[in-house]
Design a protein around this ligand. Sequence first.
Ligand SMILES: NC(=O)C1=CN([C@@H]2O[C@H](COP(=O)(O)OP(=O)(O)OC[C@H]3O[C@@H](n4cnc5c(N)ncnc54)[C@H](O)[C@@H]3O)[C@@H](O)[C@H]2O)C=CC1
Ligand SMILES: CC(C)CC(=O)C(=O)O
Ligand SMILES: [Mg+2]
Length: 367
Amino acid sequence: MSNPSLLILPGDGIGPEVMAEVRRIIDWFGDKRGLSFDVSEDLVGGAAYDAHGTPLHDDTMAKAQEVDAVLLGAVGGPKYDVLDFSVKPERGLLRLRKEMDLYSNLRPAQCFDALADFSSLKKDVVAGLDIMIVRELTSGVYFGEPRGIFEEGNERVGINTQRYTESEIDRVARSAFELAMRRGKKLCSMEKANVMESGILWREVVTEVAKDYPEVELSHMYADAGAMQLCRWPKQFDVIVTDNLFGDLLSDAAAMLTGSLGMLPSASLGAPMANGRPKALYEPVHGSAPDIAGQGKANPIACVLSFAMALRYSFDQGAEAERLEKAIEAVLASGVRTADLLGEEGVTPVTTSGMGDEILKALDASL
Ligand SMILES: NC(=O)C1=CN([C@@H]2O[C@H](COP(=O)(O)OP(=O)(O)OC[C@H]3O[C@@H](n4cnc5c(N)ncnc54)[C@H](O)[C@@H]3O)[C@@H](O)[C@H]2O)C=CC1
Ligand SMILES: CC(C)CC(=O)C(=O)O
Ligand SMILES: [Mg+2]
């Protein structure tokens, strides 16, 4: 049987830096665990624009549709601010999400014990935190029509449209209920049904889907109150399901519960392919971090943990995913830290590749 295929799209800024560490870890699993992948690499975002004048070449899009999973670093950067909106780096990523129909974006926020002191919140608020935000990823205000900047009278008006169909809400709600069944059987749905019709429909459809999951305790919260509760007492949550925009905001906020945006992975999943695996793209939650790019300061853990999610959700290798997560836990427990996590007494600063070295050593020690 041939190896499973992976398309790697490092992207821009710190994307290639963190992805270089993931490639070493992928090689380790091939050498030491007999878990080999057919890896190909291509361009996305600003890097693709520089080479082809488009943030995602059609050939790259076609490859992404064919492989078993895509791993992406990050896109964007100030160099591309002057570009027309239609060819901005971020459009490349949005096209991948939309055309692969990756409607369910899993963004776990887990606080490693070693980092509980580092969070901007009190230790007892975050210690042991393990929540999962499920963000709808292919619809809502990021994609709704009409959109654009139009002339209206003697001024311009910028328009984006929040739009959700029942089936779009239904499928992401089901994916969240399925996850909740495998976790703590608690699901909180967040919208703004108090001011938005799309929120009213969201709440109705989620409530309807809940009938198929009687074991899951469902609650509803307005997303603004949800943001507040995430900071006040995040451990009240198990799985959260929310729309595209609220999920984008809430997951960045949740990142800080774990200490750094450099710690948060994500999986973007769609419908099963012919081989039974879901369409899938894995990427860190963070962006291209132009402020630290090229300085060896980027934390590669979010991207490495995204590969761990690929092992779990695409390749049915839960035990190997856990091996990788435990290796990262051990490295953090030993006091090794990238620049984003410095500040405590007695920690050992390392560069991006230094963190990769330490994770590889911890993996070796796991054998
Ligand atoms: N999925 C993606 O590719 C995303 C791309 N972006 C793009 O990235 C560019 C920069 O956006 P920002 O708003 O600055 O968000 P960002 O996530 O790139 O950076 C926010 C802050 O977090 C820090 N940070 C992020 N990742 C880190 C890591 N792995 N290690 C250490 N520190 C890290 C950065 O240094 C910065 O101070 C923009 O062009 C934006 O559109 C933003 C978010 C997601
Ligand atoms: C297209 C991305 C830049 C939007 C974003 O911030 C995200 O998906 O996290
Ligand atoms: Mg974001």
